[in-house]
Structure formats: structure tokens, C-alpha cells
Design a protein around this ligand. Structure first.
Ligand code: TYD
Ligand code: MG
Length: 456
């Protein structure tokens, strides 16, 4: 690094570092995210300069682990996303848009943990003690006594943690924490990195589980959680429509379990509650006898979830047809429409098409293809599909219906929710034994779907 340079530019979205300002970040391709920050003099006291003693290496077989070191959060949905409960000494990042319910979730987790006898310290840099107390009043009774601190100065926060020695610490939010020696503003990349580093030392050195709340911001004013994703053990994102009641907790990175798991919660007057059966929830309000609606079965991690795929195909009133997708990938929709045009000779060039995954959930699984294709066909020809029918399968460019994984689990989930017929790839069908109470229809090509549609 040049000696005379006093500042560097950071992308506030992904943390990309650059010597000069740039309009577009080469790292994440976002525009207007670079902000000038002073060069951080690495705090000398925390970095041991050179080894004083010989570094010790250890044999793998000699390391002991304690299987009881997992602690339940009191929420099965959250435990599953974490890989079976909280790991002692882990650093967990909970990201999400402002107002999605991160503080509420963590406060409820703190309540459960303190009721279970854990020593919990909740550090808020955003709300006053009174505000937290009011929120606590809404989410229910606190039996255990949890500790609270309203502070944003990192040195004081560290001191409080070292003095109180809690088992669980919640930092709400990481973007409000600042260290005085670092001269850039709170929320900047340098500050957020410094704070995360400090909490990592605390988590690993003192065997304390630290939850960090990170706001996702689009304006690039505050450094986003992506800047610290690589530093923490587990990254969870809390998503969902702010205005819809349910919330999805998605694991993006997990050093102690599988990612791809989701937890489903519902926001109520009295805080968040778990949704044990998401399929039922996602399908509530499904219209009866309407064309352009098809239920699909997608897998989220190890769990099948039924969702309703809706399509509306209508004559375009402008020159260029509109294609809109909500909850699904627009490119995928375009691809599937092209397959239908070519392989079925359907003329969709003068039609607008709107595809929606009901409930606001976002899904990118190829297994949804078949349901999307069926919904589009049904809407175009105005033929309602069977009420008690679901479909899953991937559609290839030649119009072939390809196999998808875990077909049996999907069929069983459909049966559990009272569906009587399942349209699936012929190849997948051959691997499934006869299942009582549900009719399985195998399809090989999209041209077979016309038949299916007529029978449905
Ligand atoms: P909050 O946890 O403050 O969001 P974040 O910390 O992610 O910014 O969530 C606040 C939202 O949740 C707010 O819009 C109100 C709503 N809410 C309820 O609907 N019920 C409740 O019991 C609580 C505590 C909040
Ligand atoms: Mg909050």
C-alpha cells in the first residue's frame, strides 16, 4: 500500500476495496456503492507480534467434542436452520431488511434461553431500554432475567461482556457499533469489520455464542451484511414481504449444519410464532375452479413445501408482450414459454404472461417448471385444472420432462395434504412404489400435457 495514501474506497455492498472511486463495483456489479474511508491503522494491541512460544499442533483424534454443546433456542424452526440448535462459541449473523422482525425474533430467543437458565446479554444500539421493555411486554412473559445494555461504543461493550461473562450475547445491530480509534463513521465497512472481528475474538476466546443483527440496505449508506458473511460461522437471512404475515428464515452459510434449510414464522400481534406446517399455510386461500392455477411441490432443504403457481395469459394490448414473474425467475419463465411455443406450436407471441408464486415466497427450483407450464397452458386455453392435483418436474429445452430428486417425499407431502393426483416425470414415477390414495400420472414430453389437461 502506498505510504502517502490516507484513504481507500470501499464498496458498501460487498466490501470491495479500491484505491480510487468507481461508479460500478467490479466485485458485485452494484452501482454507486463506493464510499471513501480513512485507512485503518490496525489496532496494534490486539495483534500479537510474532510467536513467543512454539505453535502447538494437535492430532485430530485427540480433539474432544461434546455432543451436548448444542443448545435449543426453544424454536424448532430456528434450531433446524442452525443445524440442530446453537453451538457454543459460534458467531451467527441474522440479516434482513429493516422492520422484518430480526429484533423481535432474537428477543424471543433470548426469552426462551433465559427461561431455560442461560445467562443472556442483549446489547442494543438502536432502541432504548424502555422500548425493549415495551416490545418484551408484547411478545409474552419473561420468566428468566435477561441482562440488557444500550451501548454502541465497542470498547464499553467488550468490557461489559468480559465483566458479566454471559453465555449468549445478542448485538442489535452490528452496524451501530463503533470503535473510537477507527475514524470512519459507524456503519462503514471499516467499522463493521472491526466490530465483527472483536465479536469473533469474544465468541472464540470466551466460548460465548454471539448473534449479530445486520440490516440489509439498498442505498449503500451502511455496509451490508455481505461484508461480514465470510467472517462469521453461520449466516441466516430473514426474508418475506414486510406486509405479509409470514417470515422465512433461510440459512445461507453454516459451518455446523446444512444450508438450504428454511424456518417459517408468522408475525402476529404478540410477536413471531412458528409455522409447523408451511404447505397448509402457503395453500390457504387457493381459489377453486379457476384456470391458470397449479399446485407444485418444491423442496426446501430436506423438507417438501407445496406452493400454488398462478399464471395469467392474456392478449397484449401493446406491441411488445409483457412477461412478469413474481417469486420465480423471469428468465426461466421466458425459457418455458419458448419451449411451449416451439414444442406445442402454441402462439404466445401476442400474449402477456404473468406468473406468480402465491404467498410471496421466492423459489428457483427447476422442479417447479412443470407446474408453471401447466398453469400457463391452463390459463391460455382457459381450462381449470383439477383441484386435488399437484405437479412437479423439470422441463428441458427439447420439451422433455426430466426427473427431479426426492420424488417420493414430494408425493407423500401431497398425499398428507389431501391431494389425490400427482403429475410427475415418467422417469421419477418408475422409482416410486405404489402409494395408496394418490394417483400418479407420469409424463415424458410437454406434448403429453394436452392429454393431462383434458382429463384434469
Ligand atoms: P423488528 O423486530 O423491530 O424488525 P427489525 O429488528 O428487523 O428491524 O420488527 C418490527 C416489525 O414487526 C414492526 O413492523 C412491527 C411488527 N411487530 C408485530 O407485528 N408484532 C409484534 O408483536 C412485534 C413485537 C412487532
Ligand atoms: Mg431491530
Amino acid at each position: 500500500m502506498a505510504k502517502d495514501r490516507k484513504t481507500v474506497f470501499f464498496c458498501q455492498n460487498c466490501g470491495y476495496e479500491s484505491a480510487k472511486w468507481q461508479g460500478q463495483c467490479p466485485g458485485c456489479r452494484e452501482w454507486n456503492t463506493f464510499v471513501e474511508e480513512p485507512v485503518v491503522k490496525s489496532a496494534g494491541k490486539r495483534q500479537s507480534g510474532g510467536y513467543h512460544e512454539q505453535p502447538r499442533v494437535t492430532k485430530l483424534s485427540q480433539i474432544e467434542t461434546d455432543p451436548r454443546s448444542r443448545v435449543s433456542t426453544g424454536y424448532g424452526e430456528l434450531d433446524r436452520v442452525l443445524g440442530g440448535g446453537i453451538v457454543r462459541g459460534s458467531l451467527v449473523l441474522v440479516g434482513g431488511d429493516p422492520g422484518i422482525g430480526k429484533s423481535t425474533l432474537l428477543l424471543q430467543v433470548c426469552r426462551n434461553l433465559s427461561t431455560a437458565g442461560e445467562k443472556v446479554l442483549y446489547i442494543s444500539g438502536e432502541e432504548s431500554l424502555q422500548q425493549i421493555k415495551m416490545r418484551a411486554g408484547r411478545v409474552g412473559e419473561f420468566v428468566g432475567d435477561m441482562l440488557l445494555l444500550c451501548e454502541t461504543n465497542l470498547d464499553l461493550v467488550e468490557e461489559a461482556i468480559r465483566r458479566e461473562k454471559p453465555k449468549i450475547v445478542v448485538i442489535d445491530s452490528i452496524q451501530t457499533m463503533y470503535r473510537e480509534e477507527v475514524s470512519s463513521a459507524p456503519g462503514s465497512v471499516s467499522q463493521v469489520r472491526e466490530a465483527t472481528n472483536a465479536f469473533m475474538q469474544i465468541a472464540k476466546g470466551m466460548e460465548i455464542t454471539v448473534f449479530l443483527v445486520g440490516h440489509v440496505t439498498k442505498e449503500g449508506v451502511v455496509a451490508g451484511p455481505r461484508v461480514l458473511e465470510h467472517m462469521v460461522d453461520t449466516v441466516l437471512y430473514f426474508e418475506g414481504d414486510r406486509y405479509a404475515a409470514y417470515r422465512l428464515l433461510r440459512g445461507v452459510k453454516n459451518r455446523f449444519g446444512s444450508t438450504n434449510e428454511i424456518g417459517v414464522f408468522e408475525m402476529r400481534e404478540t410477536g413471531l410464532t412458528q409455522v409447523a406446517n408451511p404447505s397448509e399455510y402457503m395453500l390457504s386461500g387457493k381459489p377453486e375452479g379457476a384456470s391458470g392455477s397449479m399446485v407444485a411441490c418444491a423442496m426446501e432443504g430436506t423438507r417438501p413445501i407445496l406452493v400454488e403457481v398462478q399464471a395469467l395469459v392474456c392478449k397484449t394490448s401493446f406491441g411488445i408482450p409483457r412477461r412478469t414473474a413474481v417469486g420465480a425467475d423471469i428468465n426461466r419463465i421466458n425459457l418455458l414459454m419458448a419451449v411451449l411455443e416451439k414444442r406445442l406450436g402454441l402462439s404466445l407471441g401476442d400474449c402477456d404472461a404473468y406468473v406468480n408464486i402465491a404467498g410471496g415466497i421466492r423459489m428457483n427450483e427447476p422442479a417447479l417448471d412443470l407446474a408453471i407450464v401447466l398453469a400457463v397452458l391452463s390459463s391460455k386455453q382457459d381450462i381449470p385444472l383439477g383441484e386435488k392435483t399437484i405437479a412437479f418436474g423439470e422441463v428441458g429445452l427439447s420439451g422433455e420432462i426430466r426427473a427431479v430428486s426426492m420424488a417420493r417425499q414430494r408425493v407423500l407431502e401431497a398425499k398428507k395434504l389431501g391431494f389425490e393426483r400427482c403429475i410427475l416425470p415418467q422417469v421419477s414415477l418408475e422409482g416410486i412404489p405404489e402409494i395408496q390414495g394418490i394417483t400418479l400420472t407420469g409424463v415424458r414430453m410437454v406434448r403429453d400435457l394436452q392429454n393431462v389437461l383434458r382429463k384434469a
